[in-house]
Design a protein around this ligand. Structure first.
Ligand SMILES: C[S@@+](CC[C@H](N)C(=O)[O-])C[C@H]1O[C@@H](n2cnc3c(N)ncnc32)[C@H](O)[C@@H]1O
Length: 318
């Protein structure tokens, strides 16, 4: 057993078969995994595209990159693993010779490894520093910086907007009274008191922790910047598959795919199109693909997953 195999939780890839059906990996194809994590989707794509398909695998997290390199090492040069944020994909893919690509997958959010690693600060159940950065070398601002330095109204806005937390103001007020707050458990306790008791099966701090993570890593901004780059570097007929885990992400993906399938961005009252924008995508999932009850039972993390897939149209010559 390698040192890496001995580490914590195994991450089970979500909607793996659906992603493979969407991308239809072929020998000789070039594919990009924007969120390699524990390399489950990456391995699936490389196995399906055997013997000559190649995959560029990105992750912002140095530990995920280290793990994925080791996990994919048996595939030699077919797997190219790089550390980077996915909103840099146009540059990273060009540098690695992966433009145009036949398929791109993004499996958003965090892996089980990250969530369960106390020292990363993502979990309200494990004692750790309030960090939450994906890339601890390139990012300066931690969750503790936000919690201890933002104003009460700025914190409330983050909890409301990114966590859809109904008691955002009460939570922000309680935090400001109690700070400085340095650890996950301190924050979880302050939030639980402000909210008052558990909410069904969900821990009361779930939404606040999610909101902070989204803010620390500018997750929604990164997604918005990544999507157009992914379309740009896809080959005609190439496919983009995105798995999201909450409604804010899914709305961004859905709206983007719809807009790219429509092309024209002229206001509806305009008598003729003046923008001249052509559709660039065909949406293949009118409704998002969701995991079966069996997958949810086997892998509870998959419960809220939604997969959307679109295909790049051939460019029109004008
Ligand atoms: C849900 S996991 C991916 C799991 C992977 N598909 C598998 O099968 O093991 C999401 C990964 O995306 C990475 N990630 C999140 N946001 C990112 C971003 N903006 N750029 C690059 N990687 C990111 C996280 O570090 C994490 O490793």
């Amino acid at each position: 057993m390698s040192e890496l195999e001995g580490e914590r939780a195994e991450h089970i890839p979500v909607l793996l078969q659906a992603v493979l059906e969407a991308l239809q990996p072929q020998p000789g194809g070039k594919y990009i995994d924007l969120t390699v994590g524990a390399a489950g989707h990456a391995r699936g794509i490389l196995e399906r595209s055997s013997p000559s398909g190649r995959l560029l695998a990105l992750d912002a997290d140095a530990e995920a990159v280290r793990y994925a390199r080791s996990a994919l090492s048996d595939l030699g040069e077919r797997a190219v693993v790089r550390q980077g944020f996915f909103d840099e994909v146009a540059r990273l893919a060009a540098e690695a010779g992966f433009v145009p690509a036949q398929g791109i997958v993004a499996d958003l959010g965090l892996s089980s490894r990250q969530l369960e690693s106390a020292e990363r600060g993502f979990s309200f159940q494990a004692p750790g520093p309030l960090d939450m950065r994906l890339d601890r070398d390139r990012q300066e601002t931690t969750a503790a910086d936000l919690v201890n330095n933002l104003s009460e109204s700025e914190l409330a806005t983050i909890f409301y907007r990114y966590g859809e937390e109904r008691r955002s103001r009460a939570v922000a007020r309680a935090i400001v009274r109690r700070r400085p707050i340095h650890t996950t458990l301190e924050l979880a306790e302050v939030v639980a008191r402000a909210i008052g008791g558990p909410r069904g099966r969900i821990h009361p701090a779930t939404r606040v922790f999610m909101a902070l993570r989204i803010a620390v890593n500018d997750e929604l901004g990164a997604l918005e910047r990544m999507l157009p780059q992914a379309v740009e570097i896809l080959a005609p007929g190439g496919r983009l598959a995105v798995i999201s885990f909450h409604s804010l992400e899914d709305r961004i993906v859905k709206d983007f795919m719809r807009q790219e399938a429509k092309g024209c961005v002229c206001p509806p009252e305009a008598p003729v199109c003046v923008c001249g924008r052509e559709p660039r995508l065909r949406v293949l999932t009118r409704r998002p693909v969701e995991p079966s009850a069996e997958e949810c039972a086997r892998n509870p993390r998959s419960r809220s997953a939604k997969l959307r897939v679109a295909e790049k149209l051939p460019a029109h010559s004008s």
